[in-house]
Design a protein around this ligand. Structure first.
Ligand code: AHG
Ligand code: MN
Ligand code: MN
Length: 339
């Protein structure tokens, strides 16, 4: 039951934070609402995903054109539409677009760039498992006019905010603007995100590891040894863990953020840099992990210090509880990371 007098909406929470931290601007607040609105529209569409065929075939509802778009294209268009005419953004970049996304010529460019993975884990849609939207916000470097590549190719430690929305058994938005990680759950009857998980923290070490183990034979000796360690090969150094892998970074990360754990997408001899994209997946998640007391590396370097060189660059990712991430780093040093 909802006690309206006690709830904190996303709007109220961000406004309070703004008062507390004078460097925060109203513009960033509004940008986060823009993303929250896009998330509600995407969530509504995802809920109907299994019905699209039925409604389309019956011809009873005129949803075909829009609803039969692939959901990741729908999500991409929704994010762009929610952000591009606000005057808060000077350029965007998306996993679904080859090039930098300019804002319309008749709109005054704003001071932020927003980068996103509009629908993460999209192969999970078909089986009704959780998917998400990941976002990352930077202040522009260039002055005036449309944003440039330089404005989006920034190392992750310069993010001013990052977060994700998870479309799971409930819809949650989890974000950080540099003062901890906070989670909000969508209350469907009033259509508002309400504060449900303030100051989310990861433990030093925890019982879950998540990795696609079908790649085991293609990993370096160091990653193989680390994963054997997680299975309990050397209990003196690392207690045996339990395994969980959904195949949707947002869902795997979210579980590890709530319960504690480590997620790996290492390089392998087919994909030396792994699969995940630095700008749309690794950097925003690394920002959240560090804000929650965890860590994120590519096995050697801190993710947030990597200088991106291209929009769709991939990097190996080791992210989660700090001690568990360190264990992987040590294993790579001892056993090598040659593919
Ligand atoms: P996307 O749907 O945005 O392309 O991302 C899918 C990613 C990520 O969510 C997940 O961690 C990873 O793919 C799973 O890859 P494997 O199927 O290779 O395990
Ligand atoms: Mn993704
Ligand atoms: Mn995607």
């Amino acid at each position: 039951m909802l006690h309206a007098t006690k709830v904190t909406t996303l709007e109220r929470f961000i406004l309070d934070q703004e008062r507390e931290y004078p460097e925060a601007t109203g513009e960033l607040t509004n940008l986060l609402y823009d993303i929250a609105l896009a998330a509600k529209i995407i969530a509504a569409q995802i809920r109907r995903a299994g019905l699209v065929q039925i409604l389309g075939d019956a011809g009873a509802v005129n949803v075909q054109g829009e609803s039969q778009q692939k959901l990741d294209i729908f999500a991409n268009e929704t994010m762009k539409h929610a952000l591009n005419r606000t005057g808060r953004v000077c350029a965007m970049a998306s996993e679904e677009d080859e090039e930098l996304i300019p804002i319309p010529g008749d709109v005054e460019p704003g001071r932020y760039t927003v980068l996103f993975d509009p629908l993460d884990g999209s192969s999970n849609i078909d089986v009704n498992a959780a998917v998400g939207t990941i976002f990352s916000v930077y202040s522009r470097i260039s002055t005036g006019g449309q944003g440039t590549l330089e404005d989006v190719l920034q190392p992750g430690h310069r993010q001013v905010a990052a977060g994700y929305v998870i479309y799971g058994s409930s819809v949650m938005m989890v974000y950080s603007a540099g003062h901890g990680v906070h989670g909000f759950t969508l209350e469907p009857t009033i259509g508002e995100f309400l504060l449900s998980n303030p100051q989310m923290q990861m433990p030093r070490t925890a019982k879950y590891y998540s990795v696609n183990e079908s790649n085991f034979q293609r990993w370096s000796k160091g990653i193989q040894a680390a994963v054997r360690g997680f299975k309990g090969e050397d209990p003196e150094r690392m207690k045996a863990k339990n395994s969980r892998y959904i195949g949707s970074l947002v869902a795997d990360f979210h579980r590890n953020l709530i319960k504690g754990g480590i997620f790996l997408y290492p390089g392998d001899n087919r994909n030396p840099n792994g699969k995940l994209r630095l700008l749309y997946e690794c950097s925003p998640m690394a920002y959240l992990a560090e804000q929650a007391g965890g860590a994120a590396t590519d096995g050697v370097n801190r993710i947030l210090e990597l200088q991106p060189s291209a929009l769709h660059q991939r990097v190996p990712l080791v992210i989660g509880c700090a001690e568990d991430v360190r264990f992987v780093q040590e294993s790579l040093k001892t056993h090598g990371n040659t593919l």
